[in-house]
Ligand binder design. Structure first.
Ligand code: SF4
Length: 363
């Protein structure tokens, strides 16, 4: 029987992970949200920090969004952290702090889709919902020779139906974990260990020599390019070094995170265009820099569907400047350390620290 065979394999070869030794739905939910788009090696330390800082869903609900974003810093995809916080507040206020215990109830939480709801329902409550992540798609596509492009709604329904027949209804938690681990450890994208695989006799892809062709992936979404020009300004006032920062708002990336004044262009600026932009920017501040505004750092920062071509322009302003700018406010280096920032700003601050131990370089 398929489910027995894979659960037996799992009991000998499965990975021991901190969120697998609990049936606390809150902790399982935390781990699932953290591990979306994040490798286990990176996500584990974040999971442990979240559980330690917010031992219960009500602790998480009581935190400020800024605290949650700061703890999340470095993981990327910050909407996950905002949704986590909003869902915790919903559970604390609307559900009296009780985590939902049905698939449908879990699915109502902000940021929870079919995959995450099935994972929580099966791991925490042993409800028979199959979990379908990339590893499971690959394993099932190869075992059954399915060439429906994955990542589509049609594929999800087709794979879900098939897995509903395979799942062990008494041990859905172990079945799902076994499927994910087998796909991840054994039936890898490349190289594939077919000759020693426990399913080598029944595997359609192996029999038909289609292992390298499966699973079929849906066409990739085009990557959008954006050009960000950040202004890192520094000046002395009352014995402290200050810089300007604002919090991102709206529905764009990195909402809630802090960054330097930003001008976005729709193409890469030539030297003349950049000079022109600098002149306009500083005259709008009503400040003349004490040093020439220089490009301090440039890099391409890749996100899933975007590449940010970032340029950081550094300038020292005269002492006791009061730059006149919309939403940006002056912060000290100590103040900046307490704020959530994007990985991009973090990379810039690290580079500044390597160049010189400037007050705003990241130590
Ligand atoms: S035989 Fe190869 S392709 Fe088929 S399940 Fe095993 S490892 Fe995957």
């Amino acid at each position: 029987m398929f489910s027995k065979k894979i659960i037996d394999w799992y009991s000998e070869n499965g990975r021991s992970l901190p969120w697998r030794v609990t049936s606390d739905a809150y902790k399982i939910w935390l781990s699932e949200i953290i591990l979306q788009q994040t490798r286990i090696e990176q996500g584990t330390s974040y999971y442990l920090r979240f559980v330690e800082t917010f031992p219960t869903v009500c602790d998480l609900a009581a935190a400020s969004e800024q605290e949650v974003l700061k703890l999340w810093q470095g993981l990327g995809y910050y909407s996950r952290a905002r949704n986590l916080h909003a869902a915790a507040q919903y559970i604390a206020t609307e559900l009296d702090g009780r985590f939902p215990d049905t698939y449908e109830g879990i699915l109502k939480l902000k940021g929870v889709g079919r995959y995450t709801a099935a994972a929580i329902a099966s791991f925490a409550y042993r409800l028979p919902y199959p979990v379908i992540d990339g590893n499971v798609y690959r394993l099932v596509a190869r075992l059954y020779g399915i060439s429906t492009p994955i990542g589509t709604d049609a594929a999800y329904k087709e794979f879900e139906q098939l897995l509903q027949h395979l799942i062990d209804r008494r041990r859905p938690d172990l079945f799902n974990q076994a499927m994910m681990d087998f796909g991840s450890i054994y039936c890898k994208p490349v190289p594939v260990n077919c000759e020693t695989c426990i399913f080598r006799q029944e595997c359609v892809a192996r029999r038909e020599d289609r292992v390298a062709l499966l699973p079929v992936k849906a066409a990739a979404t085009a990557v959008k390019e954006r050009w960000f020009y950040y202004y890192h300004l520094e000046w002395r006032s009352d014995g402290q070094t200050l810089t300007l920062l604002h919090q991102r708002t709206g529905s764009d990336i990195w909402r809630g995170l802090y960054e330097f004044p930003l001008l976005e262009a729709d193409h890469p600026l030539s030297d003349e265009e950049l000079q022109q932009q600098n002149n306009t920017f500083f005259s709008s501040l009503h400040v003349t820099p004490a040093t020439k505004a220089e490009v301090a750092f440039s890099l391409d920062h890749k996100l899933t569907h975007r590449t940010i071509h970032a340029t950081f322009i550094h300038a020292i302003l005269p002492e006791d400047s009061t730059p006149n700018i919309r939403n940006d406010k002056p912060y000290t280096a100590e103040g900046l350390k307490k704020l959530p920032i994007s990985r991009l700003i973090d990379r810039y601050l690290s580079s500044m620290c390597k160049k010189s131990p400037a007050p705003f370089g990241k130590k």
